[in-house]
Design a protein around this ligand. Structure first.
Ligand SMILES: [Zn+2]
Length: 287
């Protein structure tokens, strides 16, 4: 039997006390650590949740915006698809902008108008150099050419939109052709910035040539172009007003209602707008 002295017992007791204090201390530390780390984990998972919610929101936002995009693309597609008949084409049209030698286009027009051009299908045109038309006119011109072709008439778009540079090249060529007389050249080929072709809302058909007048295409256009919103822009006896020679091949889009009214009046565009006080300021905002 081990007999402990009083001193030894006291030391033992103190050791036990210190050990149990240490143990309690460790347990408390352990509890604190676990509580803190649990809090941190919770924070992290909340963060995670927030991030995932944000990403969900972003995804749904993206979906929403791509839905919007899709629907606007669909709308266009609908417009573009529905061109085989005149049904569904608006009769009213607000762009009656008058562009001629006295009313040139603003400098920024070329770059602005290019944003709104649409390519005409190859089977509807006979020119691979200039192929685009303003999107507001696209359904009408394509419906018209398809209708003519369905009637057995070989109507094709020859020259729709022309850029400032295209027009300049044409004008320079014409100036050369007439021996350097710019004024004379301008009665046949408009100076750049003063040509309706720079607006994208008119077109020459089949050929830019007097021979067009004696074709079935011209006959068809005289009968039917107004049903699609087009008028003969430079009639035979109006050169003194339009400043441009008679051009059987050049047709301007003014909208179906307006085309019928103008034809009924027997006036050219300049006269009709003047008489009815319909002159508009030249601006890209007219579209
Ligand atoms: Zn023309």
């Amino acid at each position: 039997m081990i007999i402990m002295t009083r001193r030894e017992r006291a030391i033992r007791k103190r050791r036990r006390f210190i050990l149990s204090v240490l143990l309690v201390f460790l347990v408390i530390i352990g509890i604190i650590v676990s509580v803190v780390s649990c809090g941190k984990t919770k924070g992290k998972s909340e963060e995670k949740e927030t991030a995932s919610k944000a990403s969900e929101r972003a995804t749904s936002k993206n979906e929403e915006s791509s839905d919007n995009e899709a629907s606007s693309v669909d709308e266009n597609a609908e417009k573009i698809v529905d061109t085989s008949t005149v049904n569904g084409l608006d009769k009213a049209y607000k762009n009656l902008m008058l562009v001629n030698g006295k009313n040139p286009l603003p400098d920024n027009y070329d770059s602005e108008i290019r944003k709104d051009l649409v390519e005409i299908e190859p089977e509807l045109r006979n020119n691979n150099y200039v192929t685009k038309i303003h999107k507001s006119v696209y359904p009408y011109i394509t419906a018209m050419v398809r209708a003519a072709q369905a009637d057995g008439v070989n109507l094709k778009v020859w020259s729709p939109f022309r850029s400032y540079a295209d027009q300049e090249a044409l004008f320079r060529k014409q100036v050369e052709r007439v021996g350097g007389d710019e004024e004379l050249a301008a009665t046949v080929v408009a100076r750049p910035g003063t040509s309706e072709h720079n607006t994208g809302i008119c077109a020459d058909f089949n050929m830019a040539d007097d021979a067009f007048e004696n074709t079935p295409m011209y006959e068809w256009m005289k009968e039917n172009a107004e049903d699609y919103g087009f008028i003969l822009r430079y009639p035979k006896d109006k050169q003194s007003i339009t400043g441009v020679i008679y051009e059987s091949w050049h047709w301007r889009f003014v909208g179906i209602d307006m085309a019928k009214k103008i034809n009924k009046s027997g006036l050219c565009l300049e006269e009709y707008l003047e008489k009815n006080n319909l002159k508009q300021e030249i601006s890209i905002d007219n579209f």
